[in-house]
Structures are given as C-alpha cells and as structure tokens.
Design a protein around this ligand. Structure first.
Ligand SMILES: [Zn+2]
Ligand SMILES: [Zn+2]
Length: 329
C-alpha cells in the first residue's frame, strides 16, 4: 500500500509498504483523508522521542470500513483493564498507545487496522474536513470538562493555533462572557477575531502586552496555554486572577521555569490536560456533526503524494491554515 514514511528529521517520502493484516477484534479502514497535528509536526522536526524514523505518522483520520460505512477513529488505544481505564480515565491508561507513535503505524497510508471499539460511524453530511477534527476537538472537550468553568466566566487563550481556535469556539458555545486570544502571528489573530474573540492581541509588542494586561484587569477566571513554550506558560499565569485556574495543554517544551512565588501568593489553581477519553471523543463528534464547531474555512487539503510539501508548509509558513488535510483516497 502507499504510505507516507517519515524517514529522517524534516523528511517524509511516499513508499510502498506491506499492508498489515487486522488481528482478532480489529477492522481495516481505507483512509480517505488524514490531518496533520502539532504532534506529527514535532515528530517530523525530530523533536519527539516517541516518533523515531522510519515510521508512518498520523492519527487524525476519516475513512471507510470494509462494509462501506464512513467512519472516524479514536486513535488513542487504551487497554480497558487497568485502574485508570476502569475509572473512565482511558487517557491515563498505563499502556495507552496512539496511531503514529512508538511502534504503532499511523494513518498517512492507504489502510490502517484498529480495534473495532475505536471506530465511530459518521453521517454522510459531515464533511471530511470537519470529521477529521474529531480528535483535536476531543482534547478541547476534555480540558473544559476538567476546567468546569462557572457561568459568565472570562477566559484567556495563549496561542491562537488549531487548539487555541478550537478552544475559542468551544468557550463561545459554553457561554464565555469575554475571551482574549494572544499570539505573535497577525494572521492567526485575524482568524481569532473572525471566530469571535472579544480581543485578539499581538504580544510581540509592548503595546500588545499592555493591551492584554489591561483587558485582564485583576485577572481572568480561566486561562489556557495552548502553546507549550515557557513564555506562553508564564503569560497564562500572568493573566490569571487570584484564585483562578490555569490549564496547561501545550506540549512543545519539556521543561519551563515559572514564577511560582507570585502564583502561590495568588493561590492559582493549575490543571494539566492530556488527550481525551472515549466520552470526550463522542461529544466532540456530536459537536462537529451538529455543525456547532467548524474550522473548515481554514482547512487546506493536499494529496498524500505532496506530503513533504504539506509538512514544509505547516512547519515554515502555516499562515492562517489551522488544519492541513492529506487526501489519501
Ligand atoms: Zn491530533
Ligand atoms: Zn488501561
């Protein structure tokens, strides 16, 4: 089968690789389209210890099962038997694995085999572009379930990429009172304004940082770091009100130095959000099916054959592209 193989940092190439026979309990999916995620990009750049070449990346997909049904796949595979799984926290499973990570082949390929329990049918009127968002949006559903914001909350979002934008749209569905988005990319801030941010500021300037603090006033109830670099993490704490909640989602840097004494004096609460459970995935899919969350105007599609070009674009000049789709079949 055709597959896009990550062969070395900054390099992917189309190869013909053997098609894996599904084992008992698995179904084979013919992949229609697959999304490029931030974690695939960090793998492509050689920044992920758990994505070592040669391997097939990719975990966001829409495809068809052998019975012809159009389906999406929850790519986070948990054991179903450990204490975490049995308590409903499958994202914390002691042996979780993800398509396109470690030894699990990803979905930048014509076919992928996954446990039957990971597969969800989708209606025909849910477009490929929206269906592929089921996995990224599930992360956002999960973090709001952890954060459980109170009515009329005021929120800050640090980082206006795919995750920040999905968080913005979800916060609006939840009735956020006011929401600030901060980023250093003017095109992304323009997208945030169009999506409904109360204020979108460029924090690469002194003026922008002042505007953000002015908006925050005595601080925001909930602040999300959707970036993962140290400056962004610290910015999330700086925007948070005393007693407010900072949610850390971004994974880009492993270590960060944070001004903890200031945060302790403000009694900041901190939550870290990782991935999603099957319940989050189902809720995400329901939001997309209902058309309540939609980033398709900022989704770009390229054929699997142009994988190198697609990855280069997303790493060097994504502009206002919030999701890149690779068309497989
Ligand atoms: Zn993803
Ligand atoms: Zn488990």
């Amino acid at each position: 089968m055709r597959a896009l193989v990550y062969t070395a940092p900054h390099h992917v190439e189309l190869q013909d690789i053997p098609r894996r026979i599904p084992v008992l309990g698995e179904s084979e999916i013919a992949v229609t389209a697959a999304g490029i995620c931030g974690s695939d990009i960090s793998g492509f750049l050689g920044h992920s210890r758990r994505r070592v070449p040669p391997m097939v990346l990719g975990h966001e997909l829409i495809g068809r099962r052998q019975d012809g049904k159009r389906v999406v796949v929850n790519p986070l595979i948990s054991c179903g038997r450990c204490a975490a799984c049995l308590s409903g926290a499958q994202n914390l499973c002691s042996t979780w694995r993800l398509l396109g990570m470690d030894r699990t082949t990803g979905c930048y390929a014509e076919f992928v085999s996954v446990p039957e329990t990971q597969i969800y049918s989708v209606p025909d009127d849910l477009t490929d572009a929206r269906a592929v968002m089921a996995e990224p949006l599930a992360n956002i559903v999960h973090l709001f379930r952890i954060a459980a914001p109170l009515p009329f909350f005021r929120m800050g979002i640090v980082g206006g990429g795919t995750m920040g934008s999905l968080a913005l749209l979800t916060a609006l569905r939840l009735g956020v009172r006011e929401v600030l988005v901060q980023d250093v990319s003017e095109v992304r801030l323009e997208v945030a304004r169009r999506l409904g941010a109360t204020l979108a500021v460029n924090v690469s300037t002194e003026q922008g940082r002042g505007d953000a603090q002015g908006f925050a006033g005595h601080g925001l109830d909930l602040v999300l770091d959707a970036s993962g670099n140290t400056a962004a993490r610290q910015a999330a704490f700086d925007l948070c009100r005393p007693g407010g909640l900072v949610v850390l989602l971004g994974l880009s840097q492993e270590h960060s130095e944070i001004d903890f004494v200031t945060s302790i004096r403000k009694e900041h609460r901190v939550a870290m959000s990782f991935a999603y459970t099957p319940v989050d995935f189902e809720r995400s899919l329901a939001l997309l099916t209902a058309g309540e969350i939609d980033l398709s105007p900022w989704t770009v599609e390229m054929p699997l054959e142009d994988g190198q070009k697609a990855f280069d674009r997303m790493t060097t000049a994504p502009g206002d592209t919030l999701k890149m789709l690779l068309r497989v079949n």
